[in-house]
Design a protein around this ligand. Structure first.
Ligand code: FRU
Length: 499
């Protein structure tokens, strides 16, 4: 029997997936099949730090409520089960199922241990399920793709339609070379080399967990771009782990980037803010998307942690959560195509606000909001007009000398999230930090959507143009919310708090 301590509950998120009694990292094998969203993940079934890497499993019908399932693919003495993806093999190209009962196929990285003849290598392997993801069998012909490399991992596989009938494409990394390698296959078992991309843009850490998908621009199916996601660690925009993206085209063989700023392995720190970033915070890593999501939606989940301090975050009984699920789109803003993100909202779109106000002038100083606007699990929608104030923003999870400050500097046009006084920060020397992103006002206004959970803040600015995701570990009493202006008068155009 397991017992749950008060500390287990203190930071245990209400709206973010955690493994019940253990450690998790990267989301893996995100796939939709027969009415169920499957979230597999890097999982230590018997500890709260990284180790015994296996694929954990959770299922959901609505992307909000997840049910933990038994471990899907377990490590053994020969191999750890590293990150990868899963597909619904609709026409049974692999032969693991039948055309009437197509199999789910997981493509994962075998990280071979000293007990294996392939010791020290990373190669790609298959496991399949013919009972809708409940049980998994490793393919007897594993590995299916071996480059005799020690850092070849994290395969993302998708079906590519072409005039000639289509084929599977695998996007994986040669992590230390900062290269994306692409392969094709007719049956998931035999793979043929296509091309290599990189190094380019951010190269300050190993490249991991790539993704490649096509999206319409402004919802126009006749005008699409391909998005290449490249997670890297360290070397992210906010320090430590982070995710960058490139926009361009894919012709079935190679990805051609339109957003390359710098090429080669040499990292140019001065150009970092010019690259495309999935998130500008410290805690959104290894983000990848679902395959086969209904309605053509591109839904992503990230690991809400950072390898710099991920092993020592101050939780007990469990460690690490997933981000909320994000709906990813491409939109034209200011004449440029950019990636925008909206969270799948645990409060329900338009959910009833427990506290609202509109059209209030904010004098220089801090305005504390009443108890109805306080809490540790909230959605906050705020529209702010800085006016002649130099700074305007929100104090989140405030109380007892603690606060997490979300501030907009009207002079520089920079939005920042400051967690230096957010609560417990001293468990690691890199944790106390200030994250920032340049965000232009629109008609003089800044729109913010903020999700607070027990140990996290996710900020979506200007309708998802930029996001900042950070963990915080405040005291239980730090639940107050305030708005502030500094250096002049601002306007709180509207504020809605839902809890
Ligand atoms: C990314 C990563 C992957 C690897 C996995 C191991 O966080 O390092 O590259 O497959 O974690 O758990």
């Amino acid at each position: 029997m397991t017992t749950t301590s008060a500390l287990d509950c203190r930071y245990r998120p209400q709206h973010h997936y955690t493994a019940d009694r253990s450690w998790l990292n990267d989301p893996n094998g995100l796939v939709y099949a027969n009415g169920t969203y499957h979230l597999f993940y890097q999982h230590n079934p018997s500890g709260t730090v990284w180790g015994n890497m296996s694929w954990g499993h959770a299922t959901s019908a609505d992307l909000l409520h997840w049910d933990e399932q038994p471990v899907a693919i377990a490590c053994d003495e020969q191999e750890a089960i590293f990150s990868g993806s899963a597909v619904l093999d609709k026409t049974n190209t692999s032969g693991f199922g039948t055309p009437d009962h197509p199999p789910l196929v997981a493509i994962y990285t075998s990280a071979y241990s000293p007990a294996s003849p392939l010791s020290g290598r990373q190669a790609q392997s298959l496991a399949y399920s013919t009972d809708n993801g409940a049980t998994w069998t490793k393919y007897a012909g594993n590995p299916v793709l071996d480059r005799a490399s020690a850092d070849f991992r994290d395969p993302k596989v998708f079906w590519y339609d072409s005039d000639a009938g289509g084929y599977w494409v695998m996007v994986a990394v040669e992590a230390t070379d900062r290269e994306i390698v692409l392969y094709k296959s007719a049956d998931l078992k035999t793979w043929e080399y296509l091309s290599t991309f990189g190094p380019a843009n951010a190269t300050g850490g190993v490249w991991e967990c790539p993704d490649l998908f096509e999206l319409p621009v402004d919802g126009d199916a006749g005008n699409t771009k391909w998005v290449l996601v490249v997670n890297l660690s360290p070397g992210g925009i906010a320090g430590g782990s982070g995710g960058q993206y490139f926009l361009g085209s894919f012709d079935g063989v190679a990805f051609a980037s339109e957003t390359t700023v710098t090429e080669g392995l040499q990292q140019d720190d001065s150009r970092m803010a010019e690259y495309g970033w999935l998130d500008w915070g410290r805690d959104y890593y290894a983000a990848v998307s679902f395959t086969n999501a209904p309605g053509g939606r591109r839904l992503m989940i990230g690991w809400m942690n950072n390898w710099q301090y991920g092993a020592v975050t101050p939780t007990s009984g469990w460690r690490s959560a997933m981000s909320l699920v994000r709906d990813v789109r491409l939109a034209t803003r200011d004449g440029r195509v950019v990636l925008t993100q909206a969270a799948v909202d645990p409060f329900g779109n338009g959910g009833a606000a427990t506290y609202s106000e509109a059209g209030r002038t904010l004098a220089d100083g801090t305005r504390w909001l009443p108890a109805e606007a306080s809490g540790d699990v909230l959605r906050i929608d705020a529209e702010l007009e800085p006016g002649d104030a130099g700074k305007v923003g929100l104090l989140l999870r405030a109380g007892g000398g603690e606060q997490t400050v979300l501030a907009y500097d009207a002079g520089t046009g920079v939005l920042s999230l400051d967690r230096t006084a957010s609560g417990n920060t001293d468990f690691h020397e890199t944790f106390a930090s200030v994250e920032s992103v340049a965000v232009p006002l629109e008609d003089g206004r800044l729109r913010l959507r903020v999700f607070l959970d027990r140990c996290s803040v996710e900020v979506f600015a200007q309708d998802g143009l930029a996001t900042i995701t950070d963990q915080i570990f405040p005291g239980e009493a730090s639940t107050s919310l305030a708005v502030f202006a500094a250096g002049g008068c601002a306007t709180l155009v509207s504020l809605d708090v839902v809890r």
